[in-house]
Design a binder for this molecule. Structure first.
Ligand SMILES: O=C1O[C@H](COP(=O)(O)O)[C@@H](O)[C@H](O)[C@H]1O
Length: 310
């Protein structure tokens, strides 16, 4: 069975990607049996991007270039949202994501972003004290929020003095109030909140937020925020946005770096074994919103048909 090759012009790539290209060649191979396969050839300090199955993949030479483009992406979404709605409702994750968005604290973003219009939430949180090293809130506060002029009352972290179950319930209540006043937009197709942007990381096991492979909370359809007390990754008690909330967002970005996650990226992005019990990251499929994967070269290294050359 032959493989048909066709060139894809860079005008098909997202403008933010094209502007950063130095030398990029991208080709799309169409095989009757294998479907579409992207071949990325990245030279010098280039990056490349392409649409695949409704997702946009952005692959960067290194984490520094990824961070720069990610800061641009967030700043642009913030500007658009403030223009359209007067506010920007963003949900953060913890882990490696925070150091990858730290460029937002630097020029020009520290001055150009309309920080007072930001409303900040967490897609997941560990149920520990806010001062604890495991707290996703503490990570973001120390790394970013204490360095930019966000309004403290717009920062919606969980109640860290109650059980995981109560913390999830309280957090959903807060979000419901803010949907009612449209600080957080509402989905056009269900009653779910429609965050302007949800930023997710992904673990080597394919978990996103605190949605772990095989966990029953993956089936949660009613609640917006739920809890677990048996996280396979410590600490065990966590609250998390459910899939209906994640998939109702206007924009979702999954940010993944490092070779330890290359297998999971391959399984999710190349949709290996589609009938196999799903990895949580595979279930991130915004119904009407945009989905962008930000990958460094190491995380993208096992993607089908991906070939990098220096
Ligand atoms: O436990 C968590 O892990 C994921 C992934 O973290 P990373 O350090 O591997 O990027 C993170 O997105 C989530 O918020 C966090 O609670």
């Amino acid at each position: 069975m032959g493989i048909y090759k066709q060139s894809v012009d860079t005008h098909l790539l997202p403008p933010s990607s094209v502007s950063s290209f130095s030398t990029v060649s991208l080709s799309l191979s169409l095989s009757p049996t294998l479907g579409a396969v992207f071949h990325f050839v990245v030279r010098s300090m280039a990056l490349c991007g392409a649409k695949k199955d409704g997702r946009e993949l952005k692959i960067y030479e290194n984490t520094d270039e990824l961070s720069t483009d990610l800061a641009d992406y967030i700043a642009e979404l913030s500007e658009n949202s403030v223009k359209e709605r007067g506010v920007f409702a963003i949900a953060l994750s913890g882990g490696s994501l925070i150091s990858l968005i730290c460029k937002l604290c630097e020029a020009p973003y520290n001055k150009t972003v309309d920080w007072a219009k930001w409303y900040i939430f967490w897609a997941d949180e560990r149920v520990v004290a806010k001062s604890h090293a495991d707290s996703n809130y503490k990570l973001a506060k120390d790394g970013i929020l204490s360095k930019v002029p966000v309004i403290p009352s717009h920062v919606h972290s969980i109640n860290d003095t109650v059980s995981a179950e109560k913390a999830a319930e309280d957090y959903e209540f807060v979000i419901r109030q803010l949907v009612r006043t449209r600080v957080i937009n509402v989905s056009d197709i269900c009653d779910c909140p429609k965050f302007d942007l949800i930023l997710l990381g992904m673990g080597p096991d394919g978990h996103v937020a605190s949605l772990f492979p095989g966990h029953s909370v993956l089936d949660e359809k009613e609640q917006w925020v739920t809890f677990i007390t048996d996280s396979p990754k410590p600490p065990p008690e966590r609250i998390t946005f459910t899939l209906p909330v994640i998939n109702s967002a206007s924009n979702v970005a999954v940010v993944v770096t490092g070779g330890s996650k290359a297998d999971a990226v391959h399984l999710v992005v190349d949709d290996v074994e589609p009938d196999h019990p799903s990895l949580p990251a595979k279930l991130v499929q915004p119904t009407k919103g945009n989905l962008v994967w930000f990958l460094d070269k190491a995380a993208a290294s096992k993607l089908d048909g991906t070939k990098f050359s220096e």
